[in-house]
Ligand binder design. Structure first.
Ligand SMILES: Cc1cc2nc3c(=O)[nH]c(=O)nc-3n(C[C@H](O)[C@H](O)[C@H](O)COP(=O)(O)OP(=O)(O)OC[C@H]3O[C@@H](n4cnc5c(N)ncnc54)[C@H](O)[C@@H]3O)c2cc1C
Length: 451
């Protein structure tokens, strides 16, 4: 054991510190800042967006009820959808969502309505709302700075200093060296519950987590028939796996980026996102798989003749790591049985998307009605000035297969941001926030809490 001690010169004193600027962190920071709190947000990447941008996850699931087609996404999340989301047309061109809304005020559900809930391939094809990562980055910057959030990119949260279950200081590491933040309230949106773990809040991490994915984009593709191309890719993967050319893979699930350019959700990597050594090894293995899979496609499919790998990542996408054990742990039974909660602060979108480690090609998707996310799942135990939003909130492993979606994380973020400021204004802890007041505030800001 080594000890380190040094004076830290740079000190920040915001009301609210948002840790991590993935989908959850963006809306948490914007909500807190718009309520007048001095809000600071810290992100290790050079941009906001989390998996949407750093892992190039472009599909939007959970914005509408997959069974009824009704819109279940309001507030800041919907604002972000209007700024940065596209609808993919049948000819694979794209139309900005904001234009669609001008045409028909509440028709996003109809746009998205799945053709079937049985067949995964057709289902994925019917998921027609997309983010463009570059537009998302830019629009997130605009939304955050426009709301008055103090941003620090390129900054890792390295530690917390605790006193009797209270976060007194958060230690940052970046090009300035070490800095110290003395926040009144902290919102953990790191996806991996880093702050909760550093602060001694109980958490859970499954022995076998869902695999992650290094996404990659291929350019220079030439084909006329998307379905035939898609089928050929899946067949090539299955053949290559059968004869031992490749190891674990999925699908692929492919998404249109630009003409001749497709995004591949194809690699499956088992790693521990909370271990730097494990993630490093997985990134290397992921790039190896990207090139190996690409060679397989080139060997079997004419459309790849002049194709090239445009890029991967930039980061390995993590589906699952730590989840806090909060004041309530949401279960899959709660979701499947449609249990209602008095303290519901958001609706989850209705797809159970659990990725297994077999060669089934895809997760076993199950469609359920939109489900309540209770406020108590954002409240960790043992730390009195901390809220948690996004995929690391308090949920069982199987229930997280529903609530880990990007827009769902964003909806939780807004609730956490507003609750943090209500607690500050009321001089209480987040646990003692008046939930009816929180729900009323969310509804006033166009949240949708009933499907
Ligand atoms: C391959 C893949 C495909 C997916 N497909 C879809 C899909 O089609 N549709 C969908 O809706 N969802 C999809 N998801 C899920 C979804 O994108 C994520 O679960 C969602 O991004 C969760 O948001 P979050 O804000 O909770 O966490 P994250 O997106 O993980 O964001 C966490 C942020 O915190 C930052 N951070 C973490 N630790 C630190 C630290 N110590 N210091 C500073 N910053 C830190 C990270 O850099 C990141 O920006 C997919 C996920 C993956 C991995």
């Amino acid at each position: 054991m080594e000890f380190y001690s040094k004076k830290i010169e740079r000190v920040y004193e915001p009301d609210v510190l948002v840790c991590g600027l993935g989908p959850a962190g963006i809306s948490a920071a914007v909500a807190a800042a718009r309520m007048g709190a001095l809000t600071m947000a810290v992100e290790r990447c050079a941009f906001a967006g989390g998996n949407f941008t750093n892992a190039k996850v472009v599909g939007i699931i959970g914005a509408v009820n997959t069974i009824t087609g009704a819109l279940i996404t309001g507030g800041i999340t919907f604002e972000m959808l209007k700024r940065a989301a596209y609808r993919r047309e049948d000819d694979y061109s794209r139309k900005p969502l904001c234009e669609l809304f001008e045409e028909n005020q509440d028709s996003v559900g109809q746009v998205y309505r799945p053709k079937t809930t049985q067949n995964h391939v057709r289902q994925v094809n019917s998921v027609r709302l997309l983010f463009d990562p570059e537009i998302f980055k830019h629009q997130a910057d605009m939304l955050l700075t426009g709301s008055g959030v103090k941003l620090l990119y390129h900054t890792v949260i390295a530690d917390t200093v605790m006193a009797e279950g209270h976060i007194k200081k958060v230690i940052l590491a970046n090009k300035d060296g070490l800095s110290c933040v003395k926040p009144k309230m902290v919102i953990d949106c790191t996806g991996d519950a880093d702050i909760s773990a550093m602060s001694g809040a109980p958490f859970e991490k499954a022995d076998v987590v869902q695999p992650g994915t290094l996404m990659f984009t291929v350019g220079g593709l030439v084909f006329d028939d998307f379905q035939a191309f898609y089928d050929a890719c899946r067949k090539a993967m299955a053949q290559a796996a059968d004869c031992g050319e490749i190891g674990i893979y999925a699908g692929p699930s492919v998404g249109w980026v630009r003409p001749g350019m497709m995004n591949f959700n194809n690699t499956r990597l088992v790693f521990d996102a909370t271990s730097a050594e494990s993630v490093t090894e997985a990134e290397i293995r992921g790039r190896e798989d990207v090139f190996r899979f690409f060679e397989v496609y080139k060997k079997y499919i004419g459309a790849f003749k002049d194709a090239y790998i445009l890029d991967s990542g930039p980061y390995l996408g993590t589906r699952e790591s730590r989840r806090i054990i909060g004041e309530y742990v949401l279960t899959l039974d709660d979701i499947v049985e449609g249990r209602r909660f008095d303290d519901a602060i958001a609706l989850a979108g209705g797809i159970v998307d659990f990725h297994r480690l077999d060669k089934s090609g895809h997760s076993a998707l199950q469609f359920v009605k939109p489900s309540d996310i209770p406020y108590r799942t954002l409240l960790p135990q043992k730390v009195d000035n901390l809220l948690v939003a996004g995929r690391c909130h308090s949920v069982t492993q199987m229930a997280a297969a529903v609530t880990r979606m990007g827009v769902t994380a964003m909806l939780m973020g807004e609730a956490a941001g507003r609750a943090a400021v209500l607690a500050l204004n009321g001089g209480c802890t987040p646990s003692d926030v008046d939930v009816e007041q929180l729900r009323a505030l969310l509804l006033k800001n166009e949240a949708i809490l009933n499907d």
